[in-house]
Ligand binder design. Structure first.
Ligand code: NAD
Length: 347
């Protein structure tokens, strides 16, 4: 008999990063169970099994963490925990959603860890690796006041003072994963993602991130161009990592013995005004900016620092922002066209 297929559980697999991870795991030959409160919006999941479930329920979560093959219950080789109540600046920085963001995401993480701990005790094992997706939003606001030289090295996270409740939830949950690793020997891996973008990410509706929002706004202009609204003066800086690179770095982290937390991001820092210029170039449109100065913008500057991941995993981002925007703009343009067609045929 050949060696047993590796198994993975992807939580939050109806979302952007989770659905891309499912694809990657299937390409690598895993048996994959995917879980979310909703199916992926833009294409069918590649998972062997897709379960629609709410992981705020501890009993349901515990059931999800084992699977049955030929009358034998098994634990997963790997669990990828992407499920979270999250969105772009308009969702996480306005304050109105803070209680839900903290409650929903914390309870999911508590349920995952405690269920895995109980299952490990029953099965007398601790073989299941759990990957947790933390965020650059955990870094202290005071290190990100200067848009030209923000400091997001991993060892600057403390004393903690994230600028959003979303960031506080993430830093608390990082600590939660580390306690279960320490006290119950659960192998965990923690990454701090820096603005992941690409095709099949949310592009409209208020939960989209800035690269998708800019591609949509520019895509909706006429062929000659026009004016788009932009929050803040546009001098705030960020870096953005293309989804395929994020998945590759995440897999390397899970395959390694390094626990993290470690940044997974790009070091190609641009201002939001520069990002708009890149999107305009890719779209071949003349774009003017209308700055809305009282909109939610987050910290003044943020950039990934990849020193640690280069050292520990020999990984670095390799694709230019412009290349990633080309692929994302193409996909969002198609979404806009198919939405317009649907509306045309409805009328
Ligand atoms: P996403 O919103 O597309 O995916 C999260 C998924 O979790 C959604 O599909 C959602 O339905 C699901 N979910 C929420 N509550 C649930 C519940 N109670 N039960 C089951 N499923 C539930 O987000 P994403 O961009 O794919 O991000 C994935 C993870 O990475 C999140 O934890 C996020 O905080 C983290 N992260 C993402 C970025 C980024 O730039 N995308 C940056 C930093 C960190």
């Amino acid at each position: 008999m050949g060696s047993k297929k590796k198994s993975a559980l992807v939580l939050g697999a109806g979302g952007f990063i989770g659905s891309h991870m499912v694809k990657r795991l299937k390409l690598e030959g895993y048996w994959v169970r995917a879980v979310d409160i909703k199916h992926p919006e833009y294409s069918d999941s590649f998972a062997d099994e897709f379960i629609v479930a709410d992981m705020r329920d501890s009993i349901i979560t515990k059931e999800l963490l084992t699977y049955q093959i030929e009358n034998t219950k098994s634990v997963f080789d790997e669990v990828y925990q992407f499920a979270a109540d999250m969105g772009g600046a308009e969702y996480i920085f306005v304050g109105d959603n803070d209680a839900d963001i903290m409650h929903n995401s914390v309870i999911i993480n508590l349920n995952v860890l405690n269920s895995q701990k109980e299952i490990n005790e029953t099965y007398q094992t601790n073989m299941t690796k759990i990957f947790y997706s933390s965020s650059a939003c955990i870094y202290p606001e005071q290190n990100q006041l200067d848009p030209k030289s923000p400091n997001c090295a991993e060892n600057t996270a403390y004393p903690a003072s994230p600028d959003s409740e979303y960031g506080w939830e993430k830093i608390f949950s990082e600590r939660l994963y580390l306690t279960y690793a320490r006290n119950y020997k659960i192998p965990v891996r923690i990454a701090r993602y820096h603005n992941i973008f690409g095709p099949e990410g949310t592009w409209e509706g208020g939960k989209e991130k800035v690269p998708a929002a800019m591609c949509r706004k520019v895509g909706e202009l006429s062929a000659e161009g026009g004016t788009i609204d932009l929050w803040g003066d546009g001098n705030q800086t960020r870096s953005f990592l293309y989804i395929d690179e994020c998945i590759e770095a995440t897999k390397r982290l899970v395959n390694s013995d390094f626990q993290g937390p470690v940044n997974i991001g790009s070091e190609e820092m641009v201002s939001i005004n520069e990002l708009v210029a890149i999107v305009a170039k890719v779209a071949n449109k003349k774009v003017k900016r209308n700055h809305i100065l009282n909109g939610p913008i987050g910290v003044r500057g943020r950039n990934s620092n990849n020193d640690l991941i280069r050292e520990k995993l020999n990984w670095n981002y390799s694709q230019s922002l412009e290349k990633g925007i080309e692929k994302t703009y193409d996909w969002i343009s198609q979404q806009i066209k198919s939405k317009q067609n649907k509306m045309f045929f409805k009328d």
